[in-house]
Every structure is written in structure tokens, then in C-alpha cells.
Design a protein around this ligand. Structure first.
Ligand SMILES: [Zn+2]
Length: 295
């Protein structure tokens, strides 16, 4: 019995090792910064710790850095939500729970929670100061990015691709890590002169150019909801099925064909994560609207 428990714990640990890498989180938050209103940007800067030097993107990986500390261990299931293998769909009530069966402990539940915390503090009714709003901001920025990584809404059976062994060119790795880090890192090296900022600028150009007519639909949620993580998760699992898992069975060697056809998907998800993060922060942190309405 003991070894089964240990194996189970080990599998859970393996699962949460990975997240959009530092580059992915930086890109999403950098893109979001460019679309914040003046008021939202001012509030973000007030909330950021001094060491961020007013740059949201510089702290967006923080939830990955701290999730192994005892104090923060409870946050580790909040980076993803797994779905039944091969179903290719997502349902909050069916899928959002952690390994101990606690409901709402998943990435979409976390986005709802931190949105609510910031809303209650900044938009009027029942300001609840028990929340640490700096943490709420950084967690929200981080999890908004994670939910856009297709394999953060991957199958339960392979723990979102973390135990699905593949090769990335010659390197032994797992499919989850390919999507968190290796596609982005290979693109930065191959196409962007090893400079992440150049890649971010290329994505920003696509937002104002090729994708400009899609932006309104990316930002909108049904029923005028402020944020719609269930929609983002449903998109992610569809992309996981159609792109991430496709032609990536255990032992596959993933090379140019896979890289070149999946990179546009990764770049679009980074863009959508950034645009949607800015959209929700603009709604939550817009003091001017609140003051204007109360006069
Ligand atoms: Zn994460």
C-alpha cells in the first residue's frame, strides 16, 4: 500500500513541476501591459512589490517559484485542470478539483477566485481587506497565462502530457515541457535572434495586424461576465487534441514539421492570454469609471 501512495504523490509532484516557462509568462504579461488603460496601469504599479520596478511582466512567474514552499504548497493544483482522457472537452463541475478531491481547486477556479478578490476590493461593494491584493494580482496574471497553454487543460491519464515521453529533436523530454518551454525557446533562438523581446514585438505586430479583427471576440465573455476561464479552458483542450497530442504519441520524435505547425498556435495563445488579462484588469482596476459613476 505504501508504495502506491508514494507513487501517487510522486506523480502529482511530477505534474506540477511544469508551467508555461518563464518566457511564456513574461510574454503574456508584457503583451497585457501594452493594453492596460492609464488607470489600470497606475493601480497595477501601486500593487506591485518594489523589486518589480513597475513591470508586471517581471513577477509573472512568481507563482511557479514559490509553489514548492510549504506555505504555498496549496497553490500547486491551481496551475492546471485535467480532463478525462480523449474526451477533448472540458466541464467545470466535472473537471475542477485537486488530487484530494477538493472542488474549485484548479486553474479556472483560481481565476474566478482572484478576479472576485480584486473586484470586491476595487469595485465597490463590501471591500474585503483580508485579501492580499498584490498576491491576487500576480496569481491572476499567472493563471490567466497558464489556462491558455493547451496542455494545462490536458488529459488526466498522462497528467497533461507530463508523463508522455517524446524527443524534441535530439533531446529527451516530455510533451508538456515541449509546450511550456521548448517551442518558445526554439522559436526565440531560430527566428528572433535569441531575443525574447523581439518575439514579443512580433506577436504585438500580429495583434495590430493579422489578428486585429479578432480582438473584440477574444475579449468578450457571454452574459457580460468579467472573465470567462471556462471558455479559455475549453479552447485549450480542443487545441490540445488537435495540435499538442496529434502525432505526438509516446516515443515520437518531434522535429521541424511539428515545430513549424505548432508555433503559430503557441504565439496566438500567448497573444490571447495577454489581451484577455489586460481586458479583465481594465475592468477591475478602473478607478475613474467608479468615481465617475458615483458622482
Ligand atoms: Zn503555472
Amino acid at each position: 500500500m505504501g508504495w502506491i501512495v508514494r507513487l501517487f504523490v510522486l506523480m502529482q509532484l511530477v505534474h506540477v513541476v511544469f508551467c508555461w516557462g518563464k518566457h511564456g509568462h513574461y510574454a503574456v504579461c508584457k503583451i497585457a501591459e501594452g493594453y492596460l488603460t492609464k488607470d489600470a496601469m497606475a493601480t497595477v504599479k501601486e500593487l506591485l512589490p518594489d523589486y518589480a520596478n513597475g513591470e508586471l511582466a517581471s513577477v509573472c512567474s512568481w507563482p511557479d517559484d514559490i509553489k514548492w514552499y510549504y506555505r504555498w504548497y496549496w497553490t500547486s493544483p491551481l496551475h492546471y485542470v485535467d480532463t478525462p482522457s480523449f474526451k477533448c472537452n472540458y466541464k467545470y463541475g466535472r473537471d475542477c478539483y485537486d488530487s484530494a478531491g477538493r472542488r474549485n481547486n484548479c486553474v479556472t477556479g483560481a481565476i474566478f477566485n482572484y478576479t472576485k478578490q480584486l473586484f470586491s476590493a476595487y469595485q465597490g461593494y463590501n471591500p474585503n481587506l483580508k485579501y492580499n491584493l498584490t498576491e491576487a494580482l500576480i496569481f491572476l496574471a499567472h493563471y490567466m497565462a497558464d489556462v491558455h497553454q493547451p496542455l494545462h487543460v490536458g488529459f488526466t491519464g498522462d497528467l497533461g502530457g507530463t508523463i508522455l515521453k517524446v524527443r524534441w529533436y535530439r533531446k529527451k523530454t516530455n510533451l508538456h515541457h515541449v509546450w511550456d518551454t521548448l517551442i518558445i525557446d526554439t522559436a526565440v533562438k531560430t527566428f528572433y535572434g535569441s531575443d525574447l523581446s523581439t518575439m514579443v514585438r512580433a506577436i504585438q505586430r500580429n495583434i495590430t495586424d493579422a489578428w486585429s479583427s479578432d480582438i473584440a471576440s477574444w475579449k468578450s465573455c457571454r452574459h457580460h461576465d468579467r472573465v470567462c476561464p471556462n471558455l479559455y479552458a475549453a479552447e485549450s483542450v480542443r487545441l490540445a487534441c488537435n495540435f499538442a497530442y496529434k502525432n505526438a504519441t509516446p516515443g515520437s520524435i518531434l522535429e521541424d514539421d511539428y515545430f513549424l505547425s505548432r508555433l503559430p498556435v503557441v504565439e496566438k495563445r500567448l497573444a490571447q492570454g495577454g489581451i484577455r488579462l489586460a481586458a479583465v484588469l481594465n475592468q477591475l482596476l478602473n478607478f475613474e469609471v467608479k468615481i465617475g459613476q458615483s458622482l
